[in-house]
Ligand binder design. Sequence first.
Ligand code: MN
Length: 740
Amino acid sequence: MSENSLQVETGLSQGTTKTLEDLLNKIRAYFPQADLKIIEKAYLFSERAHEGQIRRSGEPYISHPLSVAGILADLHLDLDSIATGLLHDTVEDTHATLEDVRREFGEPIAQLVDGVTKISQMKFKNSNEKQGENVRKMIVAMGRDVRVLLVKLCDRLHNMRTMNFMPFEKQERIALETLEIYCPLAGRMGISSLKIELEDLCFRYFRPDMYYQLVQKVRKTEGERSRYIDDVKLQISHELQKANFKFDVFGRSKHLWSIYKKMQSRSIDYEQLYDVLAFRVIVDSVAECYGVLGLVHSLWKPIPGRFKDFIAMPKANNYQSLHTTVIGPGGERIEIQIRTREMHLVAERGIAAHWKYKERGKVDDDSEFQQANWLRDLVSSHQQVKSADEFLDSVKTDLFESEIYVFTPKGDVREFPEGASPLDFAYAVHTQLGNQCVGARVNGKMVPLRYQLQNGDSIEIVTSKTQVPTKDWLKLVVTNKAKQKIRQYVKEEQRRRSLTLGKDLVEKEFRKFGMAAAKQLKGPEFELFLKENGLRDIDELYVKVGYGRLEPRHLVNKVSPRSAEKEAAKTEEATFMEKVVKAAAQKTRKSNSLISVDGMDDVLVHFAKCCNPIPGDSISGFISRGRGITVHRADCPKAFEMDQLRKVDVAWTGAQAKEGQERMVRVRVVSHDVPGLLKSMSEVFSVQGINIESAQIRTTKDKKAICNFEVSVKDTTQLNNAIYELQKIKGILGVTRVLH
Ligand code: MN
C-alpha cells in the first residue's frame, strides 16, 4: 500500500517544474543515460526568445514552456518532445522564426514546433458536440506526428492549471473548448491521468458554482469516507495476503467531473449517489487478476451486470482492467478495478499509437504492430538507450493522412478527402452553391476552382448567377456527391438543348409537307410509333431527333402515310436523286464512327470547314439546326462565336480512319528559295502515307518560298510525324498547320 487514499486521482501531479534543473532531474529519473544537451540548449533559446515577456501570473514567460516540458517529462516522453515543449511558443509569440528553430535544433524538432504552432493558430468559433468530433480530427490531421498532440495537450493542461489569472469570460470559453475538444482527445489517446486533471479543471472554470458546491459536499464527508476507504483496503489486503498475492491496493473518490456527470444523468444529489468510491488492486500477472477477482467476489456480493472484463476485451484505446461493483461494508456499493502493473501504466499514460487503429475503424496489421511496440516501449524503452529510436518510430505515425479539414464561413469544420477543390466544398454545402460556383476565397484570398483545399483553410464560395457546370468540372472534383451533381446537370442540360432542337426540326419537317406537327403527333398511330421505337413520350422523341439519332423525315413518313404516298408518286428521276442522297448519307454515317457524342457514336455529325478538325485534335460539338452536330476544333474562333447553350460533348472514338475517311488539312512550309525542295517535301508526305491534294507555291522578295499544301491525313499523329520530318529538311525554315 503506497498511496494516500484520499487523493482525487491526478496521475500527473509529480511536482512542479520551476527550474531547468527540476526538468533535467525529472528526465534523468526515467531516462538516466539521456544526453540532455539538447534540452539545455532549447531552454536557453526559449528563455532568450521570451525575454521580457511576463505571464498574467506575473512570472517570467519561460515558466510556461518549462512547465509544459515538465508535464511531458511526467509522461516519460522522448527528448524531442520535451525540447518542443520548451520551444512551442517561440515561433508564434517571439521574434524567433521556424528557420531559427530548424537551424538550431534540426528538422524533426522544427516540424514538431511547426505542428504545435499551426494548431495554436486555429480559431475554433463554434463548438458543439457534432463539430467537436470534426475539430478533434482536424487537430489530429494537422498534428500528423502524434507527439505534436501530446505537446499541445500538455500546453493546454498548463494553461488550465494557471487559468485563475485569466479574465472571467476567457475562462469559460477556454474551459468549454478544452472540455469538448482536448479532454476527448486525451481520452482517445488513453491518457487518463491527463484527461482526469483536465476535466476537473474545466469543471471548475466552466461551472464554478456547481464545482465549489460539490467540493464542499465531498469535503464534508471526507473524514467518514477516509475511514471507510481504509476499512475496505484493510479487508482486501487481509484476504490477498492470506492467499499470498503480491499486490498494491488503492482507494479513492472518483474525480469530481465524473461524479457531477453521474448526478446529472441520474438527476440525483450527491448524498444519493452511491458508487463514488473506486478501489484498484494492482498485481503482476493476468492470472492473478482473475484470482483477485474471485477473492473479492467471495468477500462481497457482486452486483449482477456490473462485471466487465476489459482484459479479455480491451477498450478501443487499449485500456485493460477487470471492473466489478460489489456491495461492500455497510451495504455501500463500491467499484473495484483489478489490473496488472503494465495495464496500469497504459491506462495512466496512454498509447497514442492505438488511435490510428480506432479512428480508421478497422484493424490494420501495421497499426497493431505499432501498438505492440508502443506498449512494450512504454514499459521498457527508457531502461535501455538502444530502444529510444524504436520508441520514436512507434510514436511517429501518419494519422489521417488522406483527410482534410476546413472551416465554413460560420466556423464549422467539414471533412474532405485529400485533393478536394472549392467545388467539392460547394457541392457539399448545397447543389445550387456548387452549380453557380465561380471560385472561392480561401483565408481571404481568391483562388481558382482548381485550388486544392489545405488543412485548416477557411473557405467562402464565390458564386455567379450566370455560371453553369461543365463536364470539365469533373476533373476538378474528388467527392462522389460533386461528381454526381455535375454529371446530372450536364446531362439534363444537354437533354434540354437537344429537346429544343429536336422539336424545332420535327416542326420544320412537317411544315415542308404543309402539316402541323402538333396535329400529327397524337393519336393511336403516333402512340404505336413511340412504342415501336422504344420511346417513352414525345419529349424523348424530340431528344432523339435533336441528337440526330432519328431522321425527322422518317417520322413524317411513318405517322402521316399521306406524305409517304406523295413520296411514292414522285418521278423516277427523283427516286434516283434520293439514291444519291442516301449514298451520301451513308458515307457521312461512316465518317461519324470517328466521333462519339456524349458517349453515343451513331449520331449525325459533320466537321466544320473553318478549322477542319482531325482525329487527335481537341474538339467541341455544337448542335446545328437541321444538320445534326457540327464539330469544331476546341480553339476555333468560330466555336467561340457559337451559342454556347448548343454545345455538346464530343470525343474521338479512337477508331482508325478507313480508306476515304482521311481529313483534309492545310500545311504551310516556309523555306529558302532553293531548287529541289519541293521534291524533298513531297517525298516526306508520300513516305508518311499522306496524299497531297493541292499545292501552291509563291516566292518572296527576300528569296523565300512559301508552299501551301492541302493534304489528307488520318490523324494528328500522322500529320505531326510529317511536320517533324519536314522540319528536318535543310533549307526549310518553318512548317505550320494552317487552321483557318
Ligand atoms: Mn503555450
